[in-house]
Each structure stands twice: as structure tokens, then as C-alpha cells.
Ligand binder design. Structure first.
Ligand code: THU
Length: 139
């Protein structure tokens, strides 16, 4: 993926931190999901007083896209940190990796983890979820 697009995804993910609703953990996460048609779907984490209904930023972005009929994706950028301070990568939890596995080719889908516009690494979903179980296993 070209650098300009990666930077755009990082900036878009960072912009979502202000919407992150985290009265319990204070850990703010933003995501920018690039669909194959070029549209970027955004997401933030949304916590809940009952804790388990909490939705991660990545899943917010995926569910926004899928709920609008979009199911083909190229990449997702995820940023986050305590109080919205980005010192380390915010790595997708296991549940979010599994949601990615449902809609994305693990060898092609790219997960961009960043701390700012210039500092990032790109992983494939397969690297984050080796031997993942997905729709192909049910064929
Ligand atoms: N969280 C995300 O939104 N994405 C991740 O990749 C890791 C965790 C959220 C869930 C919760 O609101 C907070 O971070 C602490 O777990």
C-alpha cells in the first residue's frame, strides 16, 4: 500500500480518538477501515457500565461498514493508548481478529499499527491470527 494512503488511514484513526467513550478504562482507541471501493469507515471504542457490552474500535468500524452492505476490505489502521496518548501500538484483541477473519483474506488484509504518522508497522491478518478459523473452514 502506498505511503500516502497509509498516512491518511493513520490520521483518520487518530481523529476518532476524540469520540472514544471510555469512562471505565480511559484507554482510547481509534480505527480507520479501508474498503476495497476506497471508502474509509471509522470506529472508536464504546464502553458500558455493564462492561461486557463494550465494543472495540475495530469492530465498530467493521459493523458500520457491514451494516451498510460493504463486505470487502483492504486494510485497517488502529491507534490507541491510555488517556489517548499514543506511546505503544494498540493491538487488536482476539475477538476483533476473529471478526476480521470473517470478512477478510488473512494473507492479504493489512493491519496497520501506528503511534503517529511516521511511526507504524504493517502486518497481515495471518500474522496476527495464524491458523485462524474462518468461513473457508465451513465449506
Ligand atoms: N480496545 C479496543 O477498542 N481495541 C483494541 O484493539 C483493544 C482494546 C478497547 C476496549 C476497551 O474499551 C479498552 O480498549 C480497554 O480494553
Amino acid at each position: 500500500m502506498e505511503k500516502h494512503l497509509i498516512e491518511k488511514l493513520i490520521e483518520t484513526a487518530m481523529e476518532q480518538l476524540k469520540f472514544s467513550y471510555t469512562p471505565y478504562s480511559g484507554f482510547k482507541v481509534g480505527a480507520a477501515l479501508l474498503a476495497k471501493d476506497g471508502t474509509i469507515y471509522t470506529g472508536c471504542n464504546i464502553e458500558n457500565a455493564a462492561y461486557t457490552p463494550t465494543n472495540c474500535a475495530e469492530r465498530t468500524a467493521f459493523f458500520k461498514a457491514v451494516s451498510e452492505g460493504v463486505r470487502e476490505f483492504e486494510a485497517i489502521c488502529v491507534v490507541g493508548g491510555k488517556d489517548g496518548i499514543l506511546t505503544e501500538y494498540a493491538v487488536p484483541c482476539g475477538v476483533c481478529r476473529q471478526v476480521m477473519m470473517e470478512f477478510c483474506d488473512p494473507e492479504r488484509f493489512q493491519v496497520i499499527l501506528a503511534t503517529d504518522r511516521e511511526h507504524y508497522d504493517v502486518y497481515t491478518l495471518k500474522e496476527l491470527l495464524p491458523l485462524g478459523f474462518g468461513p473457508a473452514n465451513l465449506k
